[in-house]
Design a protein around this ligand. Structure first.
Ligand SMILES: [Zn+2]
Length: 454
């Protein structure tokens, strides 16, 4: 716990560093990590040698460009498609199947000088279509916890305030610092029915709430207001947070909603400060590159793919790792005084982009915005799936007061938005379950071949 507290104090101090000092810190951490990865991980040694790259020549963040990318397929030995795993789960025990899926890693990524007792495995959620396991050592875990805590404090949370946490885990043990009155948490399991969630919200003492945006979907605004259920702040992570959802959750709880971007691979990557005008990258935890389709660095306002390099976890270094997400680059200016560079928006998973016959590409956030601003409160539980280059299906969940006319309106709005290039059909369904850890992917593309030939 002492190490965690020290890490937190150091992390908070770094919020006041100027840009040069942050960059110097990143350069030193990067040099250390690259040398370590080269000497201890056979995958990196092989990559560096294939490219004739001397690890000692990587001295600054600018030198990263010369290092080849690391792909998810480098980490997952066998490709376990989530659809395949989902099918398997229908027939067998969820825990066993998932466990089997996440064991699909390669030992080439784990540092040879780390023994099993030094680290634990963390599993990604599988929303990329691939389950991946990441080995994390104790020091890195403490660092991640400190960065997580800092992101909350940066948003305006105070350590004595109570947190209500929407979670997929069961039997979570209280931490020592919680018994001392810091960062106290209560939990709501994401599988609770809306009625039970209301009851827990009513009965619990909390100031802040943390959860996936979709966790708040099924709460009833009228009864929330009647019972005066309110919060001081809400942090959303794990899914794309659209402006519609942000406004909706703000109205539900009468407080500000903060967006955070995290991944199982390295915990908090970026998060909004109290100013809420972009997500500050945790530059002491990761180096983020946002690159366009030509491999060039994006400038503020430009969209590109996120490539990350982790700076703290020596058990399983991730160097120039394509995590599969797409974002709008921001700048490093913020009224909060922090000089950590920002991402303006997270646009969604690259795998779920819609590729139109004309070559136009539409990202998930655009489609979510079209759907949600079309009076889509009535089809709040929906999913839009691109089936082929020219067809898509809108699934909407039925319920007693459901107005089916809105589905026709949505179909025509979506078809128009996509210039009549994609024919959108609709299906009313009974349920659209979340994935294994409660994440809801509302935009899915099954078109993996980006060339147009169907
Ligand atoms: Zn800020």
């Amino acid at each position: 716990m002492l190490r965690k507290a020290l890490y937190l104090l150091q992390a908070l101090n770094r919020l006041s560093w100027d840009a040069d000092r942050i960059r110097r810190y990143q350069n030193i951490q990067l040099q250390k990590m690259v040398m370590h990865a080269y000497s201890q991980c056979s995958l990196y040694r092989k990559k560096f040698e294939e490219h004739g790259l001397n690890p000692r020549s990587v001295k600054t963040v600018d030198d990263l460009k010369r290092i080849p990318f690391t792909l998810r397929n480098d980490i997952a030995l066998d490709s376990f498609r989530t659809e395949a795993v989902d099918d398997a789960i229908k027939q067998a025990s969820l825990a066993i199947r998932r466990d089997a899926a996440v064991k699909s890693y390669t030992a080439e990524m784990v540092a040879a000088n780390y023994r099993k007792r030094h680290y634990t495995w963390k599993n990604t959620s599988g929303s990329s279509g691939l389950f991946v396991s990441i080995a994390v050592d104790k020091k890195a875990e403490d660092f991640y916890d400190a960065i997580y805590a800092r992101s909350l404090l940066h948003a305006g949370y105070r350590p004595w305030q109570r947190i209500l946490y929407f979670t997929w885990e069961s039997n979570i043990k209280k931490k020592i610092y919680e018994t001392l009155g810091f960062f106290r948490k209560e939990h709501i399991h994401i599988s609770e029915t809306a009625n039970n969630q209301h009851k827990i919200l009513e009965d619990s003492k909390f100031d802040w709430i943390i959860g996936f945006p979709s966790a708040f979907r099924f709460l009833d605004k009228a009864s929330m207001q009647k019972k005066r259920i309110q919060a001081k702040g809400i942090v959303c992570h794990g899914e794309i947070l659209s402006e519609f959802q942000r406004n909706h959750i703000q109205e539900l709880f009468g407080c500000a909603v903060f967006d955070a971007y995290a991944a199982s691979e390295c915990n908090r990557i970026a998060s909004e400060c109290a100013e809420r005008n972009g997500l500050h990258v945790a530059m002491d935890n990761v180096i983020i590159e946002v690159i366009d389709s030509g491999g060039n660095y994006c400038r503020p306002g430009e969209d590109g793919e996120i490539v990350l390099t982790t700076l703290q976890n020596y058990t399983m270094p991730l160097i120039r790792y394509k995590i599969g997400d797409f974002a709008t680059m921001g700048d490093a200016h913020c009224k909060c005084g922090c000089r950590f560079v920002k991402l303006d928006k997270i646009q969604g998973r690259c795998n779920d982009f819609f590729y139109l016959p004309s070559g136009r590409i539409i990202n998930p956030l655009e489609l979510i915005t079209v759907i949600e601003y079309c009076g889509a409160y009535d089809v709040y539980n929906y999913r839009l799936v691109q089936q082929t280059h020219s067809t898509a299906t809108l699934y909407a969940v039925d319920y007693p007061a459901f107005d089916r006319s809105i589905v026709d309106e949505l179909k025509s709005k979506l078809t128009k938005y996509m210039n009549n290039e994609i024919c959108v059909s609709a299906q009313i369904v009974k349920d659209l379950p979340a994935n294994l850890i409660g994440k809801r992917r509302v935009i899915i593309s099954k078109v993996k071949d980006r060339s147009i030939n169907d």
